[in-house]
Design a protein around this ligand. Structure first.
Ligand code: JB3
Length: 215
């Protein structure tokens, strides 16, 4: 019997997770979110209070789902929440949308979230608290670190190595064999063809927008 779940955060990422959790028939106790009033209903669930409410339940009786997403501007909130509760013995559920394809030997650590339509190929290992967002492709033998966000539609070809807390932006492409250092941000739509050191930002070519003269 699976344990009842508390979701941390009640924004856009949590909304998508709640949809997955319903489709997996999980039992949901409610949401904790410091920016909401206790007792209000959010995403169809009761707001239980702020994060400290989690400690009203023992680590043995519940599981957590990290509903705080991961964008560079968040300054590590998702990772902090994971580390805080994990250090106190709370377990984060590993979630896979039923429409994702995960090859048989893929390793997903605690709290990894795999969203709709994702493909993860053989030999890949993904560390704790990482999000592989909708429609992303992670090809064979990739190594993905902790607290990484692979945004919707990103493509990682075979044997790509991604360090901790990296953000791979929407629709970015990383060719085979590339390493991305911890803490780096790969901008949406970038095409990465060389190794990236730690804490770098890769800017993609930007669209140029001009008015159309219809005269
Ligand atoms: O790119 C995609 C597909 N999804 C994005 C996701 C990865 O990141 C999404 O579009 C958003 O940009 C972002 O989702 P997220 O993190 O859900 O952002 P937002 O919609 O702003 O919601 C953040 C939620 O976290 C809000 O409900 C906040 O009140 C809540 N929050 C803020 N601080 C917190 C805390 N919740 C808890 N439990 N604890 C906090 O300290």
């Amino acid at each position: 019997m699976t344990k009842p779940i508390i979701i941390l955060g009640g924004g856009g990422h949590a909304k998508v997770l709640v949809d997955i959790l319903h489709r997996l028939n999980c039992r949901l106790l409610g949401i904790v979110d410091p920016n909401q009033s206790i007792g209000c209903v959010l995403l169809g669930l009761n707001v239980l209070g702020s994060d400290n409410v989690v400690f009203d339940y023992s680590a043995a009786e519940i599981e957590l789902v990290n509903g705080v997403g991961s964008l560079p501007k968040d300054k590590g909130l998702r990772a902090r929440l994971f580390n805080t509760f994990n250090a106190k013995g709370y377990r984060f559920k590993t979630l896979v949308d039923p429409t994702a394809f995960i090859a048989a030997d893929v390793e997903l650590s605690d709290g990894v979230q795999v969203m709709a339509g994702v493909i993860i190929q053989v030999g890949t290992k993904i560390a704790k608290n990482t999000i592989v967002n909708s429609g992303a492709i992670v090809e064979h033998d990739c190594r993905i670190g902790r607290h990484v966000h692979i945004a919707p539609g990103a493509v990682l070809s075979g044997t790509v190595d991604v360090g901790d807390a990296v953000h791979v932006g929407t629709g970015a492409t990383i060719i085979q064999g590339i390493s991305i250092g911890a803490g780096s941000i790969i901008g949406a739509g970038s095409v990465v063809t060389q190794d990236i050191a730690c804490n770098r930002i890769v800017y993609p070519p930007r669209s140029q927008i001009k008015s159309i003269n219809r005269d």
